[in-house]
Design a protein around this ligand. Structure first.
Ligand code: 0GY
Length: 291
């Protein structure tokens, strides 16, 4: 099966930046391998196989200790590859699942035992068919007794439409927004669009974000300096509600193959001292995923 986009980097550079002891990569995926964990028949893209062994080797090479593995749309609501990776990680990984509306209590408990502690609601139209918000609300209330949080993935033009829904979810659960709400970085940090995202976090203490994916947001790859001010603003304004991840193996990249070592080297540009780096890479993810 041929992938629809560029493969992941086979030979990333050793980062110059050395993460603190206990650092967590809070956004990465495992894909397949398809012969063991087939992709969903209705997926919107076919990924490159990205097995757990490659992820764990990358984690060690980059100087991280733990992973948060996020179920991606190409596996639909079958979390088997994710659970298999969690079961092989010796406690060094946690998971964020995607759930079917008819998931049973037994399945939820099994996912919880395996180390899943979140459910992802994907609103990106190129990745998923739309799901009624009432379905997401029901799922949110079902995972709440397990202490799970909610991860949301959307693109910035959809923020205003989603805002009331996100705010209502965040009334009694933590909501983590993937990839800084995917701003159009060409508009700048002071744009109405990005300031609206800042105000979402400002007004809702349960909303967190991942300061991740410069490789997707940049207009000048592989130079990510146009994205740095966005991550830096969020890290400095909300130091206790930010997370960082590689986004490996970077599904759907067509502009360039990101070098994961270079992505790690962006960290000290957005979290400019030891204290901010420790919160971003250790304290915040430990509080959310290993509580
Ligand atoms: C990501 C990004 C993408 C894919 C998915 O669920 C997914 O398939 O999340 C993307 O193409 O933007 O979050 O890693």
């Amino acid at each position: 099966m041929d992938p629809d986009y560029l493969p992941f980097h086979e030979n990333p550079k050793k980062p110059d930046y050395v993460p603190p002891v206990g650092a967590v990569d809070s956004h990465c995926h495992v894909f397949g391998p398809a012969n063991l964990f087939p992709y969903h028949p209705n997926r919107k893209y076919t990924p490159c196989d990205a097995p757990k062994e490659s992820l764990f080797a990358l984690r060690d090479f980059l100087g991280f200790e733990k992973n948060v593995i996020v179920q991606a749309s190409c596996h639909g609501t079958n979390n088997a590859a994710l659970v298999d990776a969690l079961n092989s990680a010796d406690g060094a990984a946690r998971g964020v699942s995607v759930l079917s509306p008819d998931v049973s209590d037994e399945e939820l408990n099994a996912l919880n035992l395996a180390g899943v502690c979140g459910v992802r609601f994907n609103f990106v139209k190129r990745l998923v068919d739309s799901t009624p918000r009432s379905v997401f609300e029901t799922l949110a209330s079902r995972v709440k007794p397990l202490g799970w949080h909610i991860v949301v993935y959307f693109e910035s033009p959809d923020l205003e439409d989603l805002r009331p829904f996100l705010e209502s979810l965040a009334r009694d659960q933590i909501v983590v927004v993937d990839h800084m709400g995917r701003p159009d970085v060409g508009l700048g940090v002071e744009s109405k669009e990005f300031q609206s995202f800042i105000s979402l976090l400002d007004q809702n203490e349960n909303i967190w974000t991942k300061v991740s994916c410069p490789e997707r947001l940049t207009n000048q790859a592989p130079d990510y300096s146009d994205v740095t001010p966005f991550g830096k603003a969020l890290v400095e304004t909300f130091p206790d509600r930010v997370l960082w991840g590689t986004d490996w193996p970077h599904p759907n990249m067509t502009s360039h193959i990101p070098d994961d070592g270079s992505l790690v080297d962006v960290i000290p540009e957005i979290a400019v001292n030891d204290d901010l780096q420790r919160r971003l890479l250790v304290d915040n993810p430990m509080r959310l995923y290993w509580k």
